[in-house]
Design a protein around this ligand. Structure first.
Ligand SMILES: NC(=O)c1ccc[n+]([C@@H]2O[C@H](COP(=O)([O-])OP(=O)(O)OC[C@H]3O[C@@H](n4cnc5c(N)ncnc54)[C@H](O)[C@@H]3O)[C@@H](O)[C@H]2O)c1
Length: 311
């Protein structure tokens, strides 16, 4: 199957593209490559270094499915240039949808975010709850979802709302909570936790990728799906990491961000999808990659610092 992956050079994209190629799919990556490219030349892989807004019909020949990951991918980076965030998420997404419609694409799978709900008092944050996004990043994800769903007559739309992803990718991100806390435990022997009570939904990158592939392969009901293995406070997460790095200390620092986010993934589980990687297994995997030198403290692993340094 021929699949077009936008943002395929990013943290999730790089690992996803390699797995799609392992499964013998033909993959077109469209990425502006803000970060260095960690995708190696491979059979069935075509890389187009472009902004999604520059795509035209010729890029969609025989494409069956679009997996749309391209975005400014967190709050602080979006705050650097809110206008650009809106342009990429909304105009860029609409441009893709128009091309998808014209070229008779079958499926459109979108990486939204669990943060579109904003702060909820409900313990079970399910897909039917109202959306009250707070930041530009969250708001543009919500609008992009609506743009995509307005094309549901023309192709099957799958909107995935993931929690914070963690785990190894060839294009590593160390600005994600579990990744950075594990990196601190490994290198500094101290885990710095800001506040500690704030809850975050989390998902291992390998489960994240399997969800995209699950909706690609199976003919499941189109719609919106939360995607998180579980919800855990920052302190509990640090305690889990300490179980593996026994000698490290946990240091609680003052935080002025008391926000907690949670997600319920019951709807996704009812489709038959099974999460495979627990927090404990995922942290152990990170440890293994640190130990064999595959994870390095490079500048490009911190999205905001990297983007700032390039402007
Ligand atoms: N990583 C997470 O914890 C997480 C959680 C929830 C949702 N998501 C979403 O999943 C997607 C992938 O996240 P990630 O962590 O891999 O982010 P990332 O920043 O590593 O990757 C995003 C990629 O998109 C590319 N890009 C940005 N704007 C583009 C444009 N206009 N045209 C072409 N390419 C463009 C960037 O160059 C980058 O390679 C994002 O949409 C993100 O919002 C990520």
């Amino acid at each position: 199957m021929k699949i077009l992956v936008t943002g395929g050079g990013g943290y999730v994209g790089t690992r996803l593209v390699n797995k799609l190629l392992d499964l013998n799919h033909e993959v077109i990556v469209v990425d502006i490559f803000w970060f260095p490219n960690f995708l190696k030349k491979r059979k069935n892989l075509k890389i187009i270094k472009k902004d999604i807004i520059q795509l035209t019909d010729k890029h969609f020949k025989d494409v069956n499915t679009i997996i749309h990951l391209a975005s400014i991918a967190n709050d602080p980076a979006s705050n650097l240039d809110p206008k650009l965030t809106w342009e990429i998420s909304c105009q860029g997404t609409m441009h893709l949808c128009e091309l998808a419609k014209k070229n008779k694409i079958k499926k459109f799978i979108f990486a939204s975010s669990g943060s579109v709900y904003g702060i909820k008092k409900e313990q079970n944050v399910t897909e039917n709850l109202s959306l009250l996004p707070i930041s530009d990043y969250n708001k543009t994800k919500m609008v992009a979802e609506r743009v995509i769903l307005s094309y549901k007559k023309f192709f099957s739309c799958y909107i995935i709302r993931p929690g914070t992803v963690f785990g190894y990718s060839e294009k590593m991100r160390l600005d994600l909570m579990i990744n950075i806390l594990t990196f601190q435990a490994m290198t500094k022997k101290t885990i710095n936790v800001f506040g500690g009570k704030q809850t975050r939904p989390f998902i291992h990158i390998s489960d994240m990728i399997d969800i995209y592939i699950f909706f690609l392969k199976k003919n499941k009901k189109p719609g919106i799906y939360n995607a998180s293995y579980g919800n855990l406070s920052a302190l509990k997460t640090a305690e889990e990491i300490k179980k593996i790095f026994k000698k490290c200390k946990i240091k609680i620092m003052k935080s002025n961000d008391p926000r907690s986010y949670r997600l319920s993934s019951q709807k996704l589980k009812k489709t038959g999808f099974k999460f495979k990687i627990s927090l404990h297994e995922g942290i152990n995997e990170l440890k293994k990659y640190f130990e064999i030198g595959k994870i390095k403290n490079t500048k490009s692993a911190y999205s905001i610092n990297w983007i700032k340094s390039k402007n």
